[in-house]
Write a protein that binds this ligand. Structure first.
Ligand SMILES: [Fe+2]
Length: 363
């Protein structure tokens, strides 16, 4: 029965990624890499969205999520959007608003700007509007569209589905930018909401010394969904401890200056220098570490699949259950690190101080 060796040229449909096949038909630009500068990715019209877009496929994006950039022209808006995948938006630049249509037909809206984070209840219709008549607005959306499209492979089911998830609407305060703090334990405290008006000034981060001296952090529960986001802050003159975990995290550098190192044991370090709008992602089980060399705290935002409320993946559940205050094989304590790490960090801090001194003298 299976006596014929088939070649790809037989036209046999196999080893297919239903998401990538669908995306190719949409004709939207796709960029990829270990790290991508999201402010400088070229976009092109995406008729389905009604705005300019580009997809970003990080090498370590994993099996469930991808990112797209939505660029609204001055005075522009998206078409009405509705879909059964979940997404988290981060506003890279610009100002605008989101108008959400509830299943009752009632509308809710909120205004966002650079640094805003929001996630809408799944399959509720919405439009995004640019408030400026002069400047474009650029948002990044991390979503589980790859997972959903690989499962169903039917764009009408994904984008034109009348089912109402009324139970996802949540507290109406959450769409106004308010939230609820949910205490658990160090590095695991949560903030439930739909909308954080400004992550750059958000004041609900909590002490997370187990991940690095003086570090602070908050885990988000967004739209009662399976998409995860967290925001971490590295204090002045410090860095997080090196660690490993699963893939699929989309990391946005949102403040401060510094760099990240990536390495496999026994191999050379790969370095990524931060700029605002830089997106990077640690590959599966690859060691990595984030260093703040600036004289202000540095924040980053991480978005991925598998939330603290609904981890979905066994690997994610195990990660959440870990206590970083206890020594383990997934984190390198300061006293055990390669002396090169500290040497490089001290040199980079000195370079930053020299640069900022030169800049202030030139003023
Ligand atoms: Fe990490």
């Amino acid at each position: 029965m299976y006596n014929r060796v088939r070649s790809m040229s037989d036209g046999v449909r196999w080893i297919i990624d239903g998401y990538e096949e669908w995306l190719a038909r949409e004709g939207v630009p796709i960029v990829s890499g270990l790290a991508v500068d999201l402010l400088n990715v070229k976009t092109a019209p995406w008729p389905r969205l009604g705005a300019n877009a580009a997809f970003v496929h990080l090498e370590a994006r994993g099996d469930f999520c991808s990112l797209y950039i939505c660029e609204l022209p001055p005075g522009g808006s998206t078409e009405r959007q509705r879909h059964i995948f979940e997404e988290v938006f981060y506003v890279l630049d610009g100002n605008g608003s989101t108008v959400l249509e509830l299943p009752s037909g009632e509308k809710r809206s909120f205004e966002w700007g650079r640094g805003s984070l929001f996630s809408l209840p799944v399959n509720m219709a919405y439009r995004l509007y640019n408030a400026s008549g002069e400047k474009p607005a650029r948002l990044a959306s991390v979503q589980n569209l790859p997972m959903v499209m690989k499962l169903y492979r039917n764009e009408r089911f994904v984008f034109d589905n009348p089912f109402d998830f009324n139970e996802r609407l949540g507290n109406e305060r959450f769409l106004r930018g308010e939230g609820t703090f949910i205490p658990t334990r160090e590095h695991r405290h949560m903030w439930e909401t739909n909308f954080v008006p400004n992550l750059l000034t958000f004041d609900q981060l909590r002490v997370s010394n187990g991940r690095g001296a003086g570090s602070t952090n908050i885990m988000f529960v967004l739209a009662d969904g399976t998409m995860h986001a967290h925001c971490s802050e590295i204090p002045v003159g410090n860095y997080k401890k090196a660690h490993v975990h699963g893939d699929g995290y989309h990391i946005f550098q949102i403040s401060g200056e510094g760099y990240s190192l990536y390495w496999n044991k026994g191999e050379p370090y790969q370095r990524v220098d931060w700029t605002y709008g830089l997106l990077h992602s640690p590959p599966l089980r690859m060691w990595h570490q984030h260093y703040n060399v600036s004289e202000t705290p540095a924040r980053y935002l991480a978005i991925g699949f598998g939330s603290f409320r609904y981890p979905f993946l066994n690997e994610k559940r195990q990660t959440i259950e870990r206590d970083y205050r206890v020594k383990s094989d997934i984190q390198i304590e300061y006293e055990d690190e390669d002396p090169y790490i500290r040497k490089l960090f001290d040199e980079e801090c000195a370079k930053f101080r020299a640069r900022s001194k030169a800049t202030s003298l030139a003023r």
